[in-house]
Design a protein around this ligand. Structure first.
Ligand SMILES: Cc1cc2nc3c(=O)[nH]c(=O)nc-3n(C[C@H](O)[C@H](O)[C@H](O)COP(=O)(O)OP(=O)(O)OC[C@H]3O[C@@H](n4cnc5c(N)ncnc54)[C@H](O)[C@@H]3O)c2cc1C
Length: 419
């Protein structure tokens, strides 16, 4: 994008507010980055369009998120884990099965010498903890609800106007613009970065349920002819469920009364977790793989869903995005000079490539293997799951993915301070 004469003229007439870093999007990933930069001496701006305590907040809504141990350590480093952990349920075992077939796999955390594979937490709890801590953080200016207009990215700086809900307009600039504005990122588009979109032709229905017995810390993933069903333990004994199915089936399921939906879910998932009795609000999400062609461009970097938005089948999207945020905070805080220098951004992008590529391929591969109607695919799946159950190296590999490792690991994810 080139600097237009009119926007340059507007800037010269108006007081320009200058920042080192402007983060657009204060969802789970953008808010984590902002917190990572707090107190580092970096002058940061965080712009979020929906208030964190609004029922319409799209990032911290009714969903639950399975956090790997690397994410737990990052949150410890950001000073929010203590608050989050009060509402977290530990995943002590993972059970994977294929409906109507013999193959299944079971992993126990103790067998891997760890306390838990991860923790399931309501998104709202994570968002509230991040924003509460941000309110007292130094070095981060916050504009919410607000958005940006007139984005103009030059070789020296990115210029933009922050427009608040009250109608105030602040002409601003930053050395580095961070797109953390989700899968449909407007910043990504304004920076001229293409994104490939593959529609899985599936919709996920998320809902919390309680049953006739409390969970024992097992997370279930069941592959069914209509799509995968995840049943995750929640603090308090219930389960967070995610049922992915065709858009037509999802429309039918969403139209059902609560009791009828619970019966359908039970019929699909089975009885391993007991009888489901009550259900909270259902929310639905169309599932696509959205992948930016590059994660860096002039004065711009993409993180979280703006860089890659995944199918939730393996619970990896946020964990990956949080590692984006943790490593970017580390790179920015450690930069000797210009935090938006091309060389610095290239290094960040190269460091993230292995983790990003690995998690995208792993997640997409799972969707395709378990969604395949090709003759023989069912047998392959069963043999795969059986082999998986018997093979310690394969289990260790999955445990590593669940733990969130792959590529260079950010310092925060290793339990070290940012600098
Ligand atoms: C059903 C489901 C279950 C999932 N479960 C898991 C799981 O168990 N584990 C896991 O790791 N991941 C999971 N994920 C993925 C996870 O939810 C996403 O990876 C995560 O939400 C990405 O966060 P983000 O902050 O990058 O983007 P988003 O959550 O999309 O947030 C973007 C933010 O930017 C704001 N915004 C947008 N445009 C603008 C603008 N122009 N100006 C200012 N602000 C703007 C939005 O209001 C929002 O707050 C799941 C996803 C789904 C759909």
């Amino acid at each position: 994008m080139s600097e237009s004469g009119s926007s340059a003229a507007t800037r010269s007439r108006t007081a320009l507010r200058e920042f080192d870093v402007a983060i657009i999007g204060g969802g789970l990933v953008g808010a984590s980055l902002a917190l990572g930069l707090a107190g580092t001496g970096v002058r940061a701006l965080l712009v979020e369009s929906v208030a964190p305590d609004s029922a319409a907040q799209p990032s911290f809504d009714e969903r639950t998120t399975a956090l790997g141990n690397a994410s737990r350590r990052i949150f410890q480093g950001l000073g929010v884990w203590e608050e989050i952990s009060r509402d977290a349920a530990a995943i002590r075992a993972i059970h994977v099965s294929d409906a109507g077939r013999f193959g299944f796999a079971r992993l126990n955390a103790v067998e891997h010498g760890i306390d838990a594979f991860g923790y399931v937490v309501p998104n709202r709890v994570i968002g509230t903890a991040l924003w509460r801590r941000l309110a007292g953080a130094s070095g981060v200016e916050i504009r919410v609800p607000a958005t940006v207009e007139d984005l103009d990215i030059t070789t020296e700086r990115a210029y933009f106007t922050v427009v608040t809900a009250a109608g105030a307009r602040e002409v601003s600039s930053a050395h580095l613009l961070v797109a953390a504005d989700g899968a449909h990122s407007a910043v990504r588009a304004a920076a001229g970065i293409e994104a490939g979109v593959e529609d899985y032709d599936q919709v996920a229905i998320a809902a919390a349920v309680t049953g006739d017995r409390a969970n024992d810390g097992t997370a279930y993933e069941r592959f069914t002819p209509s799509g995968p069903v995840a049943v995750l333990p929640l603090r308090g004994g219930g389960y967070g469920t995610i049922w992915s199915c065709s858009p037509q089936r999802a429309a039918e399921l969403l139209a059902l009364a609560d009791d009828a939906y619970l019966d359908a879910l039970q019929g699909c998932f089975g009885w391993r977790a007991g009888r489901f009795r009550r259900i909270g609000r259902r929310a639905s999400y169309p599932l696509r793989l959205t992948r930016a062609a590059t994660t860096v461009a002039r004065r711009t970097v993409l993180i979280g869903n703006a860089a890659q938005a995944l199918h939730p089948i393996a619970g990896q999207g946020f964990n990956l995005g949080l590692r984006d945020a943790a490593l970017l905070a580390e790179v920015i805080a450690g930069a000797a000079g210009d935090v938006g220098a091309a060389q610095l951004l290239r290094r960040f992008s190269d460091w993230r490539a292995a983790d990003r590529g690995g998690v995208v391929r792993f997640t997409d591969g799972l969707v395709r293997l378990f969604g395949s109607r090709v003759p023989g695919a069912g047998l392959l799946r069963n043999l795969g799951l059986l082999a998986f159950d018997l093979s310690p190296p394969a289990k260790r590999a999955l445990a590593r993915v669940s733990l969130g490792f792959g590529g260079p690991t950010p310092r925060l994810a290793r339990g070290l301070p940012l600098q």
